[in-house]
Design a protein around this ligand. Structure first.
Ligand code: HAM
Length: 420
């Protein structure tokens, strides 16, 4: 038997109902906030991720799916969505358009991680990228959108953990302080961190091995090294979040695992879930240097991404699927070949009018069809029989009240729609 690759999932049954439900809520909220759908390729040139996510990040160093195509191009399956959106914004010269660009996306990402709960090798993210504005109102909008999507999905006890990395000057000052602090403790850090110390010391702060060590817990905090401008900017973002009534906690340990961030960085967690990395439902931040870094103009960017698979796990824990259980509107029942011809026409008519309809497609007895209709939780049963059909009538049974009524065949669609 051929099995699915390690770290991937099949989405079927109850899961697929939840996926569709989440996609619908996400899309509705994105449109309410006036975000435009963008779809970029699942593979991009390898260089894009090296120059954005960063050569020294764990994602690029250890987790990318790299391959060469038949034309010997070095390509990578995208490990995240931001780089592709920014690449597209630059390549299509969308920066030349008036107004800012607000994109949303929803697609699969690929990271060669050790598979475990909430950590897959193929996973799905939905996210946004806002390009062209440095106004803190956008930081607040992006965080509020992420928060309210999760709230609309009935996920309670949400908390935004937020931090600021500041501008380049602030980060350079911080880096110096961090290096000075870590130098005497190098022997106590893991081998990877000793390497990170030389290449990109900030990455030590999100090391999966040393994360909980007292050395890292007592490390200098980025917010203590913000220059005046960066500090004022961060305070303004927090003020706007207060006005929006978003629950947040300033968490100096958040530096994020991707290299492109500056200023605001944040993660959103469900406090209902035990404290593991898998309770991080989404994260994001500002990246005001990335567009220029990727050969675009000097412009601004901020965004977030949420892990769909983790969100679905939470929804399963809170039994939400019971409220989004699939139910059909109508089941059309028949036995004879003549009745079947009427069924074909009635089923099509109902479906084309938006009524979710199913019919007998396994040549079942009436008894078998009643059972199938119950399994599908049909609200109405339309039971065809030759005698009534000759008179232009069909039997309609309300499956909840069990009441039956004869309805003129020409009025069946209006009747069902009127009663749904
Ligand atoms: P990230 O923190 O790497 O950020 O990923 C965002 C979310 O994707 C995580 O919080 C998590 O829910 C989900 N996720 C990440 N890796 C996995 C995995 N292996 N399995 C399942 N879920 C996972 C980014 O990707 C940035 N591009 C976010 C961003 C957008 N920043 C600015 N704009």
């Amino acid at each position: 038997m051929i099995t699915k690759p390690k770290g991937t999932v099949d989405i079927t049954g109850t899961d697929s109902i939840l996926w569709e439900y989440v996609n619908e809520v996400v899309s509705t909220m994105m449109h309410a906030y006036n975000y435009e759908y963008i779809r970029t390729p699942i593979f991009e040139s390898r260089e894009l991720f090296h120059r954005s996510v960063g050569d020294t990040s764990d994602i690029v160093k250890k987790e990318t799916y790299d391959f060469q195509d038949k034309g010997e191009r070095n390509l990578t399956l995208r490990p995240e969505g931001t780089a592709g959106v920014v690449r597209s914004f630059i390549e299509n010269k969308n920066y030349a358009l008036p107004d800012i660009k607000k994109y949303f996306y929803n697609g699969t990402m690929y990271r060669y991680e050790r598979p475990q709960k909430g950590r897959l090798r193929e996973f799905t993210q939905f996210g946004v990228e806002v390009l062209g504005s440095n106004d803190p109102i956008i930081d607040a909008e992006v965080i509020s959108l992420q928060y309210h999507i999760l709230e609309a999905l009935h996920i309670s006890n949400l908390q935004v953990n937020i931090n600021s990395l500041g501008d380049l000057e602030s980060r350079e000052n911080y880096k110096k302080a961090l290096v000075k602090y870590l130098e005497p403790h190098l022997d106590e850090l893991c081998e990877d961190c000793r390497e990170r110390f030389k290449t990109n010391p900030l990455r030590i702060l999100d090391c999966k091995v040393d994360k909980d060590s007292s050395i890292l817990k007592n490390a200098p905090k980025t917010i203590d090294y913000l220059n005046k401008e960066s500090k004022e900017r961060f305070d303004t973002v927090l003020k706007y979040l207060d006005y929006l009534d978003i629950d947040y906690e300033v968490d100096s340990q958040i530096v994020r695992g991707l290299d492109y961030y500056d200023h605001t960085v944040f993660e959103i967690v469900s406090l209902d879930k035990e404290e593991t990395k898998a309770n991080v439902l989404g994260g994001g931040g500002r990246y005001n240097k990335l567009i220029k870094e990727l050969d675009g103009p000097d412009s601004y960017g901020i965004g977030f991404a949420c892990g769909m698979d983790r969100i679905i796990d939470v929804l399963k824990e809170i039994d939400l699927y019971k409220t989004v259980e699939k139910q059909i509107d109508c089941f059309v029942m028949y036995v004879s070949e003549e009745e079947k011809l009427y069924a074909l026409d009635i089923v099509q008519n109902l479906r084309l009018n938006g009524v979710v309809t199913e019919t007998n497609s396994l040549n079942k007895s009436l008894k078998g069809q009643f059972s199938e209709a119950d399994r599908l939780k049909a609200k109405y049963l339309i039971i065809l029989n030759n005698e009534d059909l000759q008179k232009g009538l069909v039997n309609v049974k309300d499956n909840a009240t069990k009441e039956e009524e004869k309805v003129d065949i020409s009025e069946i669609v209006e009747y069902i729609i009127g009663n749904l």
